[in-house]
Design a protein around this ligand. Structure first.
Ligand code: COA
Length: 179
């Protein structure tokens, strides 16, 4: 598969509090048990409903690494390797990437999503030199996600309509040192 705007990132990165690395098939049960209605709602309900589907999703995440995009999904873990969520990065344009993220309910409100996002922006900036900015498109009522993006240095630039849903578009300039 030839990817128009490849995403070549390290397979593992850490800030000493959280760890980003690749999924493995053994993550399927934890991924399935971890997701809640809020994650399903924010990701169009298109998340796994049983173990077979969870394993298919993990295989898809793993394949993306082999293809270097068009989207890369990191497992978000604690240093002891407990799976606590995930972060995704897409690169629709040479200079622009777009991110998504989720944290399982048992681990929320401890700053893990903001840390993961800050780390992802850092490694994307370091490893994809053409990239000048990263965006996040967030539903207007998703206050936790809006706050997470703000903590990671993203600033609102306007609204976008996606599949009939209005979202706030927030952008982080990779030249900025705000987070
Ligand atoms: C959005 C999400 C990833 C945040 O994960 P997290 O690890 O709890 O995030 P953080 O702890 O880094 O930051 C959360 C911030 O939101 C705030 N917050 C949480 N719930 C909130 C609410 N209902 N209203 C307002 N602020 C809220 C927290 O207080 C915290 O801010 P603070 O540090 O200033 O107190 C998590 O809630 C989630 O997985 N949601 C479902 C999936 C999702 O919406 N993903 C984003 C799609 S764009």
């Amino acid at each position: 598969m030839t990817v128009q705007h490849p995403i070549r990132l390290p397979s593992r990165a850490t800030d000493a509090v959280i760890l980003l690395d690749q999924h493995r098939l053994a993550d399927a049960a934890a991924d399935l048990n971890g997701e809640d209605g809020e994650i399903r709602r924010r990701f169009d309900g298109g998340r796994p409903a049983d173990l077979d589907e969870a394993e298919d999703a993990i295989r898809r995440y793993m394949r993306r690494w082999v293809d270097s995009g068009p989207e890369i999904t990191y497992a978000l873990r604690l240093p002891d390797e407990t799976l606590i969520g995930g972060v995704e990065i897409r690169r629709p344009e040479s200079t622009l990437a777009n991110v998504g993220y989720w944290v399982f309910p048992a681990h929320r409100n401890r700053g893990y999503a903001a840390r993961a996002l800050i780390l992802l922006c850092r490694i994307a900036g370091e490893n994809i030199p053409e990239l000048s900015s990263i965006s996040a498109h967030i539903e207007l009522d998703n206050l936790a996600s809006l706050r997470t993006a703000e903590q990671a240095g993203f600033r609102p630039t306007g609204k976008v309509m996606e599949n009939g849903v209005e979202r706030l578009r927030l952008v982080r300039d990779l030249c900025s040192s705000s987070a």
